[in-house]
Ligand binder design. Sequence first.
Ligand SMILES: Cc1ncc(COP(=O)(O)O)c(C=O)c1O
Length: 384
Amino acid sequence: MASSLSTRPWHVNPSARSWRAGTTIDDPGTFHRSMNGYRASDLVELDGVAATLGIGRVLVKDESDRFGLPAFKALGASWAIARTVTSRLALPRVPASFDDLRAAVAEHRGLTLVTATDGNHGRAVARVASWLGLSSRVYIPGGLSDAARNGITAEGAELIESDSIYDDVVRLAAESTAGRADELLVQDTSWPGYEDVPQWIVDGYSTLFTEADAQLTELGAMTFDLVVVPTGVGSLLQSAIEHYRGRSRWHPGVLGVEPVTAACVTLSRDAGEIVSVDTSTPTRMAGLNCGTPSSIAWPALRDGADATIGVTDDEAVSASRQLATFGISSGPCGAASLAGLRALVGDDSRRLALGLGPDSVVVLISTESLAANPLPADDDSSSS
Ligand SMILES: Cc1ncc(COP(=O)(O)O)c(C=O)c1O
């Protein structure tokens, strides 16, 4: 149900915990571990923060350095590229390792990987393309930061800039590849008729949740009560839901966090169907500035997320600053998870709805580093 108590986007689904994911996936873990530079990202405890929030433990899954890139996205891009190349080249099986994939495409250097992005995904696709010796072409909406644009071109991608919003550049990228046997669209959102690649991307993200599960066990956690996920089109949130309502031994609540100006998942949950929101209002949370939930994510987003909540730019920037005091580099998208937790526990009815108490263990996914999405040097709009 939607909250009528305030204007903060908020949607809670009390029956989400009993929803079960129907899909089983090929575990991408072995493939990821074969990639150069693979290591499990850190799970870092925020000492003292849990007490101030009235909960037991707060841990951050720090995705600020994944395969040398400043966001988690290469987990999805690499696995989806492996799967889509397998399908396009009619390989007998998915290459077991990244080296095998590189060998498989060696005869097909004319292939171009194409995507649209609001930053991190495009850079990840371009990086994997360059590792494979392939070309890439990346479409971006207006208003992307210099850091994001430069990051993509530094990977060798052809950059196509547009004044349009994210949803429109996704369409542009898709149209550009129509009927092209030499081009592969690697998009991290889906729509009717384009579903396989986005699902492989979602499957690829699962590695970070699998890592977190093992790390929680190593840290001696006896319970795991909530995972908090920054949310754009909802593919990462879908991955969390499918993992924690399926494969994982843990069954935490799942909270998605969106910019208040781009709360397409929360507003779709309110409406009971996919709706689009206008994302022309700029937000510091550039990677979350998406107007339409991914169609394949929708059943999980609607039925399997305990709650979704909106946060402001100031709240995300403040959370980013607080994470910096713990030595965690987290841009506004990454820090949205801490901002969302703060907004949640700041309201008794919301805290109650998620069942959080003094012993609860919460894992925040910090999806990007500050380098991916820097705060302007003179930004003092908020402080922790
Ligand atoms: C840093 C960061 N965090 C979170 C997300 C959200 O992922 P999704 O669009 O799958 O919801 C993105 C997506 O681009 C991102 O770049």
